[in-house]
Write a protein that binds this ligand. Structure first.
Ligand SMILES: [Zn+2]
Length: 574
């Protein structure tokens, strides 16, 4: 077979079969674009890349054809296995994370044997389709045959580069990881070659108690009872003995996607200069250690030592204790996090703790126990118990009736992953000397206005609710860190994530003036915040961020959820 080659359409058939293996992503992209100019653009690009694969299979020089086949098949395998395992589209950010966590490939292989077997099959089909000797000649010029795959790759790389790494969803898997590699190599080459700086500030005093930053996942600030009369129970709206709860109301998130917000919360990027600061300044862990604190990272979202949100192995070296919950069900991980946090607050060491909660990311079907089903009707139960978060919207239609169910399931999830979390924490933890800052990474578009689509966040053209998060400071009676009360009323509904990093540094004992010069004002200073969030966080190639202003008078409310809650209560009672 290797010597004699195969006739058409065997090679073409193998290539098309491998493409059909990624058909679900294509269908999703087509349905999310709808009839539009971008759809036309996508279809042209898809067909062009497919043609490049078919032409690559016509290369006569065996060595070159086999090299193309190997590269394209490995690339297809990377993308296909990633999307099968995570149920999520491989974005450029996710690709960088994958490169950074290449050490976990062995774990992935063991844990996800079946999806990986499918990906192997699909990439093998592609490999054979290109590599086998072609016996049917198309009569294409030699130059075209040799250059087609390179031209396809170059075109895709330029398009993805111009679009900040976005837009590859549903394209032939063989090209996307290769294009990402080219962009990454270019960025590494052209970026400022500075290493990360160490802490230059000196703490003026040393913190006496624990300092905790709790970053929730996908919790819209306007869906909690602290900010809305119809909000779900947060556990933060009731008085608690021995602690003060300072609510900053609706706050603006850094961006409407998890990675950008989380990395900026850890590195202190400002609106004007976040690329440089996030890329070259010290992490929050470094500042904590210089202030004499032990560092703890509690991550409810990933397992098996996997890192996310652009956390590097180098960054993790500054974490003294790294906690994940490999054996705890997704539904119960936030409660486990509350227990772990209570344990850490109870030891006699002063610590900085960062918590990444499970929160309320899609899917929310199964993120709460039956006893917390306060709002009905809900999304069907039982199919998503093992999924912390996914970009896949499989099994969710996105019609208005689906969104009504989604909002109810979402409120129930908040009641459990926020309400029961804080109930548990306040019940078990000794908070007397501690200061907690609670927020979420971004808000949610729950389609209250009837706008179409199935996504909840990370939109490039977001509604304001994607950028609205809760922002609350919880202070133990003996903490006495900053004067939280002085500008609290004036700063309510006027603060943003950008004030969190400088606030943490101030609590750690760094001087306000020093901190402000590098990172801007903290929460306790009169707010001058723009009250916007960034819809283009990965702005590259001279592109500018897109700042979305939030007008809180325009926040969408969902009265039907409330009504259905009352209906379900009255039907329960009858
Ligand atoms: Zn998120």
């Amino acid at each position: 077979l290797l010597k004699t080659g195969v006739r058409a359409p065997i090679k073409e058939g193998l290539i098309l079969l491998s493409i059909a293996g990624g058909g679900e992503a294509v269908a999703e992209r087509v349905s999310s674009l709808g009839p539009s100019t971008p759809l036309l653009f996508y279809l042209v690009l898809f067909s062009g890349l497919l043609a490049c694969l078919l032409i690559a299979a016509q290369v006569r020089a065996a060595a070159l054809r086999w090299s193309y086949a190997s590269l394209l098949a490995v690339s297809a395998f990377l993308l296909d296995s990633y999307e099968r395992i995570t149920g999520d589209h491989l974005t450029y950010d996710a690709f960088i994370n994958m490169v950074n966590s290449a050490g976990f490939a062995g774990d992935a292989l063991r844990q996800h044997g079946e999806p990986i077997a499918w990906s192997l099959l699909i990439s093998l089909l592609l490999f054979l389709g290109i590599a086998l000797k072609p016996r049917t000649e198309w009569g294409l010029p030699a130059l075209l045959r040799v250059s087609a795959p390179l031209a396809g790759l170059a075109t895709l790389s330029l398009i993805l580069f111009a679009r900040d790494g976005e837009g590859a969803r549903g394209l032939p898997a063989a090209f996307t990881p290769l294009a990402y590699s080219i962009i990454l190599a270019y960025e590494n080459q052209s970026g400022p070659a500075v290493g990360r700086r160490d802490v230059t500030l000196r703490p003026a005093s040393s913190p006496r108690g624990d300092i905790v930053l709790i970053v929730d996942e996908s919790v819209g600030g306007h869906y909690l009872d602290i900010n809305s009369p119809t909000g779900a129970r947060s556990g933060l709206a009731v008085r608690r003995p021995g602690i003060a709860i300072h609510n900053y109301g609706h706050a603006a998130s850094i961006t409407n996607c998890s990675v950008g917000t989380n990395v900026t919360l850890r590195y202190g990027g400002t609106r004007a200069d976040y690329h440089r600061i996030n890329g070259s300044m010290p992490s929050i862990w470094r500042y904590a250690k210089k202030a004499g604190l032990r560092t703890v990272y509690i991550d409810g979202q990933r397992t098996g030592g996997q890192r996310h949100n652009l956390m590097t192995a180098e960054e993790l070296r500054d974490v003294d204790l790294f906690v994940q919950f490999d054996t705890v069900a997704v539904r119960d991980r936030d409660i486990a996090a509350a227990d772990k946090l209570a344990e850490i607050l109870g030891n006699r060491t002063a610590e900085f703790v960062l918590v990444n909660k499970v929160g309320a990311h899609f899917p929310v079907h199964d993120k709460y126990p039956d006893e917390y089903m306060r709002y009905r009707p809900v999304l069907p139960r039982g199919r998503y118990t093992a999924i912390s978060d996914t970009g896949s919207r499989a099994g969710f239609g996105g019609a208005q009736e689906d969104w009504l169910r989604y909002r109810n399931a979402y409120r129930n999830t908040l009641g459990w992953n926020v309400g029961a979390f804080f109930d548990r924490l306040f019940e078990r933890a000794s908070l007397s000397g501690a200061t907690l800052i609670y927020t979420s990474d971004h808000g949610q578009d729950l389609h209250e206005r009837g706008n179409p689509g199935r996504s909840t966040h990370c939109s490039s053209d977001p509604v304001i609710e994607e950028g609205i998060v809760p922002l609350v400071v919880v202070e133990g009676a003996e903490a006495r860190t900053l004067d939280w009360g002085q500008h609290l009323a004036a700063n309510r509904n006027r603060q943003s994530h950008y004030a969190v990093f400088p606030t943490l540094l101030e609590i750690m004992g760094y001087r306000r003036e020093d901190v402000r010069a590098l990172y801007g004002p903290s929460l306790v200073e009169p707010s001058q915040d723009d009250f916007t969030f960034n819809a283009r966080f990965n702005a590259r190639l001279g592109k500018k961020p897109v700042w979305i202003p939030i007008d809180i008078r325009k926040i969408a409310v969902a009265p039907e959820s409330r009504a259905s809650a009352e209906r379900s209560r009255s039907s329960d009672g009858s």
